[in-house]
Design a protein around this ligand. Structure first.
Ligand SMILES: Cc1ncc(COP(=O)(O)O)c(C=O)c1O
Length: 390
């Protein structure tokens, strides 16, 4: 008879069993996890907006005006004024023609990809793309080829070999969630044009973080003049500190998704309070660049100091810093010792990252002080030495 325990024990033996940690406070720079006050070095709340007072106020007002739930899916009677306002603001922010909000980044990716791609199509996917992209591809039933991470030579080889498909797609994270590096978007846009592909990017970790105005990777790389050839998906759950996701593109694309995307059609819309909070966050990141500037100052400080310690941190270019520890058990030991010393960094193990590439995924926030970062660096150095990693 099938038992769950067997599989769970197998995971445990390999050092791969996951368990939930309990957050007992706001998700701020210092927070309380499992009863202990620790430095937060692993959230995606890059700008500290998840607990911003202005956003809390907007959310509370929306509850007063619109109640807590939306009551239905968007296409039935759950399309509230705040959803439209959020989409209008996102359209302007991304300088796009139209926008559609989904309930999360995960549902956006499965909803967009499975609506656009079908059996008979082919999708080219960076090997390090987020799991939600892979799940969207599987759901679409299109064929797919994973190309080695950011390897445009390998991708072009695959593109050249792929004739006879109805439609071709290239899909990539713009910022890779576990490696913190940036996709070669200029080259990929060129390929999409040359090989007649639809090109989708996932801006989950770029929105609010990259570019002078926080519009994301196209702004950062000076490629916004090419934006009409890119379907841009992004989340509201990371730098914007809220919940939900968006896709920006042509009016026709958005109308198509409203009609064909099952992950959009068959689910209750975001609570109005979440929409209101997202709207406020969007206003804040557009009106005030100081949080983004502070975040990047923190990245520079941390990067310079961490490099001098001699850890392997791959080639990160963003506030996501992979500190490579290779083996799952060592990774979790490092994470536990850091926690005991007052720093919370999660260990990331296969299958989230490739075998042999387990790591601590360090993420920085605008609300970290230099003193906080130095505190973390000191602990990382000491424990890294104890574990013979440096
Ligand atoms: C690249 C990427 N895409 C999509 C998602 C999913 O977003 P959400 O957490 O809003 O569902 C994540 C979140 O981890 C991500 O890193």
């Amino acid at each position: 008879m099938f038992t769950f325990k067997e599989d769970l024990n197998l995971l445990k033996e390999k050092g791969l069993r996951r368990c939930l940690r309990l957050l007992e406070s706001e998700s701020s720079a210092w927070f309380i996890v499992d009863g202990k006050r620790v430095l937060n070095l692993c959230s995606n709340n890059y700008l500290g907006l998840a607990n911003d007072e202005r956003i809390k106020g907007a959310a509370i007002n929306a509850i007063r005006d619109y109640g807590f739930g939306s009551g239905a899916s968007r296409l039935v009677c759950g399309n509230m004024k705040l959803h439209k306002e959020l989409e209008d603001k996102l359209t302007k922010f991304k300088k796009s023609e139209a926008c559609l909000v989904f309930n999360s980044g995960y549902t956006a990716n499965i909803g967009i990809i499975s609506a656009l791609a079908k059996k008979g199509d082919i999708i080219f996917c960076d090997r390090y793309n987020h799991a939600s992209i892979i799940d969207g591809i599987i759901l679409s039933r299109a064929e797919f080829r994973r190309y080695p991470h950011k390897d445009t030579v390998a991708l072009e080889y695959l593109l050249k070999k792929s004739s006879g498909f109805r439609r071709r797609f290239i899909v990539t994270d713009s910022v890779f969630s576990m490696d913190g590096d940036i996709a070669p978007l200029g080259k990929l846009i060129e390929f999409a044009k040359r090989y007649d592909c639809l090109f989708i990017i996932d801006e989950a970790h770029a929105t609010g973080v990259l570019g002078e105005s926080g519009r994301g990777a196209l702004e950062y790389l000076g490629l916004e003049d090419k934006k009409d050839s890119v379907i841009q998906m992004g989340t509201l759950s990371k730098a914007l500190g809220g919940f939900g996701a968006y896709v920006c593109g042509s009016r026709d694309l958005i109308d198509y998704l409203i009609n064909y995307s099952r992950a959009f059609i068959y689910t209750t819309s975001l609570p109005p309070t979440v929409a209101a909070a997202n709207i406020k966050a969007l206003e804040i990141i557009q009106e005030d660049s100081s949080l983004r500037e502070k975040l990047w100052d923190n990245v520079k400080f941390f990067k310079d100091n961490l490099h001098s310690l001699g850890f392997d941190t791959l080639d990160f270019q963003t506030p996501i810093i992979p500190l490579i520890t290779k083996e799952p058990k060592l990774t979790m030991d490092f994470s536990k010792r850091l926690f005991d010393a007052g720093v919370f960094v999660q260990g990331i193990r296969p299958p989230t990252v490739p075998k042999g590439k387990a790591r601590l995924r360090i993420t920085l926030m605008a609300t970290h002080t230099t003193k906080d970062l130095q505190f973390a660096l000191d602990k990382i150095e000491k424990i890294g030495k104890d574990l013979c990693l440096i």
